[in-house]
Design a protein around this ligand. Structure first.
Ligand SMILES: *Cc1c(COP(=O)(O)O)cnc(C)c1O
Length: 341
């Protein structure tokens, strides 16, 4: 079956051109810093995002973890969104492995952490408290692009309060393409940024952490300690370089397809469109029909993450074309017994 897989943009498989680009590249032992293709990827992203250095790592989870462990020490605290990936979906790694206490902050609907709420959570300098050390944001957050003036204000706030400022930019390029700015315009506010190559950019594996030379030095050490020191990773880095060359501008196609999907699903009675942001569409369906809907969609060759919540997230990416969108709309319309407009 030729699946239309809308569960996540992590499900993309390398294109033929990407596979070809991976084959014939120079490689070396990256633990020794000797893989020329890894070094080229790191240099490329450091330059492009305006940082001194970069580190190629296996996953976004590790990239965020290394950032937190490099900025913070044992007994420090970081401020993070209550629904942020770094806090909620990374196994509590900063606490488990870094002895860094998270202080979750309830986010506004646009994904921003209201700065008065953040300020109220900063601990006094006193042995009773963990040392508040870092503020972490996520962009895009549930597909939403954080407002540029908010980034500016948060940067200023972090500077005033002496906090390091980290961005989980797993989908930084989606944010940049949607905002119509170079990724650097977003990244420049932060002390470190983690970018996933394996989401909408379509590489099979890998994330990159950018920061100062001193920060990336520490991160390289923690990468080794956490078992992420890899050897001839150049073929994976080549996929990342190919993605940066060929798959950034086309993220606009994913956003356009998500907009089409949202518009057409909105015309299907029986479900409720909650919103569309960059490459994500959110709909609500009757909770009692979730299992039945899941089976129906699978029958039609469509995969969506369906658990026990009536809110569904549909994600467009490199491997979803116009026909896939049409098939999805048609399947939803058939399920709810109406033709889509
Ligand atoms: C996917 C994702 C990560 C983690 O990336 P993995 O490579 O899956 O570990 C971090 N943050 C956000 C916002 C993500 O979507």
């Amino acid at each position: 079956m030729d699946w239309v897989d809308l569960r996540s943009d992590t499900v993309t498989t390398p294109t033929a051109a990407m596979r070809a680009a991976m084959l014939d590249v120079p490689v070396g032992d990256d633990v020794y810093g000797e893989d020329p293709t890894v070094n080229a990827l790191q240099q490329r992203l450091a330059d492009e995002l305006g940082f001194e250095a970069a580190l190629f790592v296996p996953s976004g989870t590790q990239s965020n973890l290394l950032a937190l462990m490099s900025h913070c020490e044992r007994g420090d605290e970081y401020l993070v969104g209550m629904d942020a990936h770094t806090y909620k979906f990374e196994g509590g790694g900063a606490a488990v492995l870094g002895s860094i206490q998270p202080q979750p902050i309830v986010q506004d609907a646009d994904g921003s952490l209201p700065l008065d709420r953040v300020a109220a959570a900063i601990k006094p300098v006193d042995p009773h408290f963990a040392r508040t050390r870092l503020l972490a944001l996520e962009n895009t957050w549930h597909g939403r692009v954080l407002p540029m003036d908010y980034l500016e204000a948060a940067r200023e706030f972090a500077r005033e309060r002496g906090l390091a400022f980290h961005l989980d930019g797993a989908r930084l390029y989606n944010a940049a393409v949607a905002a119509g700015v170079p990724a650097r315009e977003i990244a420049r506010h932060f002390d470190s940024v983690s970018v996933c190559l394996s989401k909408g950019l379509g590489a099979p594996v890998g994330s990159v952490l950018v920061g100062s030379l001193a920060l990336i030095d520490k991160a390289r050490r923690w990468r080794k300690v956490t078992g992420g020191g890899w050897r001839q990773a150049g073929m994976l880095a080549a996929a990342g370089l190919h993605a940066l060359d060929h798959h950034v501008a086309r993220l606009a196609d994913d956003h356009a397809r998500a907009a089409t999907l949202a518009r057409q699903l909105d015309a299907v009675p029986g479900l409720r469109l909650l919103g569309q942001h960059t490459n994500m569409v959110f709909v609500e369906v009757p909770a009692e029909r979730l299992r039945e809907l899941d089976a129906h969609l699978r029958q039609a060759g469509i995969r969506i993450s369906i658990g026990y919540l009536p809110t569904l997230r549909l994600v467009t990416h490199l491997d979803v074309d116009d026909a896939g969108i049409a098939r999805t709309v048609e399947a939803f319309a058939r399920f709810f017994g109406e033709q889509a407009a």
